[in-house]
Design a protein around this ligand. Structure first.
Ligand code: ADP
Ligand code: ADP
Ligand code: ZN
Length: 213
């Protein structure tokens, strides 16, 4: 199964992706996580990406498309994968269709998680992320058992630079301008599966399961 998780920053894509990995046994491909890895490693690509990420803008299409193209060639993607945070522009969506077509493949479902803006801001401003395994937590809605420590791997939790108020507002704007048009893009192609992202994590997961059934 090849899935896309679409939705604004803070909708719960990463949270749901981690649960879907368990359920479906296919890998999560998060371009945000891969870019943050590159930043941490201090690679030239990472250094370039950081300036865009910190200001809430998108990293140039060719950079992200290259990362994804390389990643989906890996053997663990042979039976499928879920893309979390990619595509984010119509140019990326076209590039994805093309790279899959070359291999005779296609996306099965685009799960679009919908959450209103006030809730997105509440979710993003309280988010904490594991430095080690990238698992998302929330100080109020999804706290770890021990403050500041990842339940899954014991890693340190931190607040992403772009989860501060200024950058959050910029990212929501970027989403509206550049990513929201993908909803219509995939609707026209018969792939869009809208999912109500409000309510508890488990409720949202139940709705996604329904859609995939
Ligand atoms: P979110 O929590 O908003 O879903 P991500 O971790 O997916 O955040 O992305 C963080 C940042 O990484 C984005 O604001 C953007 O700068 C960059 N990024 C991630 N994925 C993409 C992409 N597909 N295209 C361009 N930039 C991306
Ligand atoms: P995205 O990957 O779409 O940016 P995340 O999965 O990182 O979103 O979730 C954003 C924040 O909201 C995190 O702090 C996460 O713990 C929290 N969160 C995710 N799903 C829910 C939910 N259903 N209810 C409340 N908080 C949630
Ligand atoms: Zn962890």
């Amino acid at each position: 199964m090849k899935l896309i998780l679409l939705g604004p920053p803070g909708a719960g894509k990463g949270t749901q992706a981690k649960m879907l990995v368990q359920e479906l046994g296919i890998p999560q491909i998060s371009t945000g996580d891969m870019l943050r890895e590159a930043v941490k490693a201090g690679s030239p690509m990472g250094m370039k990406a950081k300036t865009y990420m910190d200001s809430g803008e998108l990293v140039p299409d060719e950079v992200v498309v290259g990362i994804v193209e390389e990643r989906i060639q890996q053997p663990d993607c042979a039976d499928g994968f879920m893309l979390d945070g990619f595509p984010r522009t119509t140019a990326q969506a076209d590039a994805l269709t093309e790279m899959l077509e070359k291999k005779g493949l296609a996306i099965d479902h685009v799960i679009c998680i919908q959450v209103d803006n006030d809730e997105l801001i509440r979710r993003l401003s309280g988010r904490r992320t594991c430095r080690n395994c990238m698992a998302p937590y929330h100080v109020e809605f999804n706290p770890p058992q021990k403050e500041g420590v990842c339940d899954k791997c014991g890693g340190e939790l931190y607040q992403r630079d772009d989860d501060r108020e200024e950058a959050i507002r910029a990212r929501l704007k970027t989403y509206d301008a550049q990513t929201r048009p993908l909803i219509e893009y995939y609707e026209q192609r018969g792939l869009l599966r809208p999912v109500d992202g409000s309510g508890r994590v488990e409720e949202v997961f139940g709705r996604i399961r329904q859609v995939l059934r």
